[in-house]
Ligand binder design. Sequence first.
Ligand code: PGA
Length: 258
Amino acid sequence: MEIIIKSDYSEVSSDSAMIVANQIIAKPNTVLGLATGSTPLGLYKELIQLHLNEGLDFSNVITFNLDEYVGLSNDHPQSYNVFMRDNLFSKINIKKENIYIPNGNAPHDKECERYESLINRSGGIDLQILGIGSDGHIAFNEPSSSLGSRTRLKTLTQETVKDNARFFDNISDVPRFAITMGVGTIMEAKKILLIASGVSKTTPIRKAIEGPISSMCSASAIQMHPKTIVMVDEAAAKDLKEKDYYKWVYNNKKTLKN
Ligand code: PGA
């Protein structure tokens, strides 16, 4: 894993956006895996600026979102459909027909199969963006999720429901189920970029990077992925045992630079 420690959220946002932008420039028909939540908001803002000011072109980009709640209409303000529309898609030149988000209202078995086959038909995800939950989840792969799991219906833990309650009027309004890509689905992405910021991510980041690979922290599966970048700020990196080592990079003068 390439572990990059930045000073704060704003640096994580701008530097992770550069990774995504370079991927799109290198392959204009990139298949991007996208995440929701607070963490990628800064990255999406940066991508919008790169589109508006530098002409970053999304016209051939294809996107697959990680997950969607079950039981919210597509136009519900807290649905991930609306989140993605408001925070990214309506502000860039992506084609509607190139956007894929699981349908949380369709019969779930068929929908999960359909979603997996759409990903396969697109040629697979080139770059998957991930956040991490306070319980160590990636997408909605809650503790005990099989590390080989595919897209499926998942019950949300009490911790995730509590974390996500901040977006709803009442905790009882938070859906208890979601359709989510599986850990196995995510691991098939050609590259992974996991971003995290703030003290609430200190423990899950420590477990994901330096803990044992375990279904109790589905993010730890990225240790098995050959091309993963983890970009975190100092607060999220606080408890990493090898934090100082990760800061050393091999520069083009063939010397180590901290
Ligand atoms: P957050 O959520 O970015 O809102 O902290 C991350 C996640 O649950 O995956």
